[in-house]
Write a protein that binds this ligand. Structure first.
Ligand code: F6P
Length: 357
């Protein structure tokens, strides 16, 4: 008999259900007797003992469904070792619930924060296997995360829709794409949507360079400009500030985000009509694209196989077109960022895209 617990933690994304179905089907289709418990709303379910015993039919019909049927929540790693408001030791509570249910392994689906806690639980002696989810594609140890391709599709569609209106009205449009720390989503959606300027957290921008690019386009007869701006894009000036100073500055700013500030700066510099569009959480919503359905199913299946082999302490990832297992301690606490010197950035620049640097 194998008894596992499953949970989805952090911001949701597409293909979480597909990944859990992949794990479950692989286990149910094995020769072993299997019991799967689903913890509700991420680590909260594991801490407070909120779970349900799942069966085969719970995993039917969910391959194509967005969101997570277990629910999710953000349980910050920063405070995971602090007692909760009632003095409960959260880590001890998670361990207690794991042992009470006599689990052989926890399957944890999540992004960066989730992996730090998963690694902590693994170090504390629990058997853990994880799967890499996030629209940001910023997890260390894997070339790809599920959710990313679906989000690229949505952000690209948004840029496509804006294109026609921008062209009709001869305006500058800024589309603010998700990604506070890492710009993979903005880079890919920006290129796919034919953005003229792409602004990423990894490449601080100079407003004058952005204005110069817009003017150049106008001088060449283009009436509009599309800017794909990551929500975490930062100016060269602000990049010199400490994290604390920058956060203080943003909190005091009259603009809700960097895109609105940039819009005002562009207007002040050239007097052009600038509009901001923020697709926001629509990028995490809806059903997974076919790529993510296949990818998440494959990762889930490999996780199931690891569990059947009693191999624990790994994230199932994807490297050089192969599914791989990566030790949790290698993943936890590291970010995978866009390399400003990578070939995709060079190619994009050759295509005439400005990064504002
Ligand atoms: O990590 C995924 C993500 O969607 C980021 O791109 C975004 O910055 C953040 O989550 C938003 O978090 P929340 O849903 O908690 O507002």
């Amino acid at each position: 008999m194998i008894r596992i617990g499953m949970l989805t933690s952090g911001g949701d994304c597409q293909a979480l259900n597909a990944a859990m179905r992949g794990v479950a089907k692989t286990l149910y289709n094995s020769k072993e007797e299997v019991e799967i418990y689903g913890f509700l709303n991420g680590y909260q379910g594991l801490i407070y003992g909120k779970f349900k015993l799942l069966n085969y039919s719970d995993f039917s019909g969910i391959l194509t469904k967005g969101g997570t049927f277990l629910g999710s929540s953000r349980t910050p790693f920063k405070t995971i070792q602090d007692p909760d408001e009632n003095g409960l030791d959260k880590v001890a509570a998670m361990k207690q619930n794991y042992y009470k249910l006599q689990l052989d392994c926890l399957v944890i689906l999540g992004g960066n924060g989730t992996h730090k806690t998963a690694n902590l639980l693994s170090q504390q002696g629990l058997n853990v296997v994880t799967l890499p989810k996030t629209i940001d594609n910023d997890l260390w140890g894997t070339d790809m995360t599920f959710g990313f391709q679906s989000a690229v599709d949505i952000a690209t569609t948004c840029i496509d829709q804006i294109h026609t209106t921008a062209a009709s009205h001869g305006r500058v449009f800024i589309v603010e794409v998700m990604g506070h720390k890492v710009g993979y989503l903005t880079l890919n959606a920006g290129m796919a949507g034919g953005a003229d300027i792409i602004l990423l957290p990894e490449i601080p921008y100079d407003v004058d360079k952005i204005v110069k690019k817009i003017k150049e386009r106008h001088d060449r007869g283009s009436r509009f400009t599309i800017i794909a701006c990551a929500e975490g894009a930062i100016s060269k000036e602000d990049a010199k500030l400490s994290k604390k100073e920058y956060e203080k500055k943003r909190a005091k700013s009259k603009y809700p985000s960097v895109s609105y500030e940039l819009a005002a700066q562009i207007y002040d510099a050239i007097g052009l009509d600038v509009r901001v569009t923020v697709p926001g959480h629509t990028q995490r919503g809806g059903d997974p694209c076919p790529y993510d359905r296949v990818f998440a199913s494959r990762l889930g299946s490999e996780a199931g196989m690891l569990i059947l082999k009693r191999e624990y302490g790994f994230m199932v990832g994807y490297k050089n077109r192969e599914i791989v297992k990566v030790p949790l301690e290698d993943v936890a606490g590291k970010l995978k960022m866009v390399d400003p010197k990578s070939s995709i950035i060079k190619e994009a620049k050759k295509l005439g895209i400005s990064f504002g640097d």
